[in-house]
Design a protein around this ligand. Structure first.
Ligand code: ARG
Length: 292
């Protein structure tokens, strides 16, 4: 496995918004100017790649495939921890075709030594990758979203595969169809989250694990900007062009923001985090801590 911050992106060559499987997706807006939209998407992608590099990541870029526009969201392709990738199973037929090309991408990463193991999820559940199963490095467990996309049972499958605790949170709205739309753990222990996204029981469970000083509550405006869907590395945060609220709140807590215009991808219901997949996530103490 790889031990330095490394993140996977998928090139938007075949990206478009041609169907709708979440309430943010707007195929009509795309269809009004497909060439212009595609050009903007390529530019946004380059800006994201540059911002991730500045934030300290090595960026791996894989090719997409024709007819599978949502491959640009590799966060949904697998859960990766300790060099092991557990491949996703998508709920909607529109995205199921991504499973085979992503399996090839992960096999190629294994052949290059970036991963040790690539495995299939047991039958009978849906699980949409790191978008719905987020590793919390400080707490040493996963947070899993279930409801609109991933099944509740997937949390058990992930927990058994990685041998780690998985705290399952029920997503109560279609607007927050993946956990990463409404939930983001940060390196300082804070969690940025949008309370109305969760069922009452899950919100209680979440708050029970989180002292008030570590809660950063996102507003509906923050959610609409896809700002909760952020990539964090130490004090660096890569996100869509954000709101005054989050600029102030994250700045006050010592985070440095890299804001990228990701409008063409927001038209598909995505922001920075879901366009990426960390390949180096580790449940160990990390190199710096181990060396100290
Ligand atoms: N159009 C994609 C879908 O609905 C967007 C996925 C964004 N990914 C995410 N992890 N939020 O599946």
């Amino acid at each position: 496995m790889i031990h330095t911050p490394t993140i996977l992106l998928v090139e938007p060559t075949f990206y478009d918004v041609s169907y709708s499987i979440n309430p943010w997706m707007d195929p009509d807006a795309w269809a009004r100017d497909p060439r212009g939209m595609h050009r903007d998407a390529m530019q946004s992608f380059d800006a994201l790649r540059t911002a991730l590099g500045r934030a300290g990541f090595t960026v791996e870029v894989a090719a997409g495939a024709p007819g599978l526009p949502d491959m640009v969201f590799p966060a949904n392709a697998a859960v990766v921890l300790d060099g092991r990738a557990l491949l996703a199973r998508f709920r909607y037929p529109q995205r199921r075709g991504e499973e085979a090309p992503f399996a090839q991408i992960f096999d190629a990463l294994r052949e290059r030594g970036l991963l040790d193991d690539v495995a299939l999820l047991p039958e009978g559940c849906f699980q949409e990758g790191a978008g719905d199963c987020i590793w919390d490095a400080g707490r040493g467990h996963f947070w899993a979203g279930f409801g609109p996309r991933s099944s509740h049972g997937a949390a058990t499958a992930v927990s058994e595969f990685f041998g780690k605790e998985v705290v399952a949170l029920e997503l109560a709205t279609e607007q927050s169809y993946h956990l990463d739309v409404c939930f983001c753990p940060l390196s300082g222990g804070e969690i940025l989250y949008y309370p109305p996204a969760f069922s009452e029981a899950s919100l209680r469970a979440l708050r029970a694990r989180l002292p008030a000083r570590l809660r950063i509550e996102a507003s509906a405006d923050d959610l609409r900007h896809f700002s909760v869907n952020a990539v964090n590395l130490d004090d660096q945060v890569v996100m869509t062009r954000t709101t005054p609220h989050l600029r102030t709140e994250l700045g006050r807590r010592g985070y440095q923001l890299h804001e990228v215009d990701l409008t063409p991808f927001m038209l598909s219901g995505g922001g920075a985090y879901c366009m990426t997949l960390r390949l180096d996530r580790s449940s160990g103490p990390g190199i710096a801590a181990a060396a100290a």
